[in-house]
Design a protein around this ligand. Structure first.
Ligand code: PLP
Length: 385
């Protein structure tokens, strides 16, 4: 064990609020513009859209509500399936369920931990037919309306290939880009391949608004409708005329103000994340059976949260805990959760299970000092001695 005196807690991934956050929030409070009508909301959504190279950005109260809105706008309903990777945060699947659709889970690639496109392609080729330009799953007679790739840990699958598969089968693509602000495939930002993409600004994400989300799209109609639906579908603010069932999903100005300040720091934050990633890759390389997440040559990832594979996952987690270093195993696969145990799970070798049992995320906060990174590496190395 590392000496007692060095043992201050090293958190997993904490927010980095070192810019103009306080000034902008103060301005909201001083001017009284604290709610969703304030100008920071528009500034923030425009900044995110511009950064991602998308035409429109629409805020939401969190990534989950952004995904829900996207499903709702595409008319996803109880007659539909949504294809979701089996390794993801539950919000991806929940967004489909909120619209009464039935998610189908697909196994992930054992190396990149992203949606396995071979599995996706063969599943669609072998099990679906086209009826009125809809993709019908023969087994259930239901429509596969959306594929939701999730850019897990800021990595990406081959998005042009995924788009080709989706287009061939007439399926919409909505990207769960919650974790991938700052990640690119051949220079194209994550979230901009499908008809809509959704970023999360939860406290643990690469930048944060405390809680928040932004939907990006190049489709003007979707952009207008997202804003309309997220503001209770209000047509006339004086007579309170609403033309359809909407949602109270728009971000408030105080949080958007934080977001604007965070966007100003994003390039610096990504630079630091990449340095942390490089440090771990250098110092954990060749240690025991440790394997790193594969990043395809075409991907420029944001390196949000460093995660690696080792069959000693449990021992490493225990050693880190003992040394007050916060680490996490990877998500329980969707097919193992009680709500989804009956859902279709498409797999050949259940790589999801293996990834869940052997992967772990380690401290990746922007303010980590080299001394702390050294301590994390040292504790991990000791497990293999
Ligand atoms: C992959 C993924 N999808 C969706 C979400 C949901 O985002 P939020 O917490 O902002 O609702 C998160 C993060 O929390 C996530 O990591």
């Amino acid at each position: 064990m590392i000496e007692e005196k060095k043992k201050t807690v090293i958190p997993l991934s904490i927010p980095h609020l070192n810019g103009n956050e306080w000034d902008y929030v103060k301005e909201c409070i001083e001017t009284g513009w604290v709610s969703s009508a304030g100008s920071y909301v528009t500034t923030f959504e425009n900044k995110v859209a511009e950064y991602a190279g998308s035409q429109y950005g629409i805020t939401a109260v969190n990534g989950t509500s952004g995904l829900h809105l996207a499903m709702h706008m595409l008319g996803v309903n109880e007659d539909d399936h949504v294809l979701v990777p089996n390794i993801t945060f539950i919000a991806s699947a929940n967004a489909a369920v909120y619209t009464n659709a039935e998610p189908i889970f697909l196994d992930v690639d054992p190396n990149t931990w992203q949606l396995d496109l071979d599995i996706l392609e063969s599943f669609l080729n072998e099990n679906t037919t086209q009826e009125d330009e809809q993709c019908i799953l023969e087994q259930t007679g239901m429509c596969i309306k959306v594929i939701m790739p999730v850019h897990v840990l800021g990595n990406m699958c081959d998005m042009p290939r995924l788009m080709e598969i989706a287009n061939k089968h007439n399926i919409h693509v909505v990207e769960d880009a919650s974790e991938s602000l700052g990640s690119y495939w051949k220079g194209q930002h994550s979230g901009t391949f499908g008809v809509m993409g959704v970023f999360s600004f939860n406290g643990n994400k690469i930048i944060t608004t405390g809680g928040g989300g932004v939907i990006v799209t190049n489709d003007e109609e979707h952009a207008k409708r997202a804003k309309h639906l997220s503001t209770q579908s209000k047509v006339d603010p004086e007579t309170y005329f609403h033309d359809e069932i909407g949602f109270n999903y728009r971000m408030v100005n105080v949080l958007a103000a934080i977001g604007v300040a965070q966007m100003e720091q994003l390039p610096g934050i990504i630079k630091k994340k990449k340095e942390i990633d490089a440090y771990y890759r250098e110092h954990l390389n060749g240690v025991g059976d440790i394997r790193f997440q594969k990043v395809e040559d075409n991907v420029d990832p944001n390196c949000w949260l460093f995660t690696f594979y080792s069959e000693k996952q449990k021992e490493i987690l225990a050693a880190l805990k003992e040394n007050k270093i916060i680490a996490r195993p990877f998500w329980t696969p969707m097919n193992q959760l009680p709500m989804f145990i009956e859902n279709i799970y498409v797999t050949k070798q259940d790589h999801s299970k293996d990834i869940h049992l052997n992967c772990l995320s380690i401290p990746s906060s922007v303010n980590l000092e080299e001394e702390q990174l050294k301590r994390v590496v040292e504790v991990i190395k000791q497990v293999f001695k």
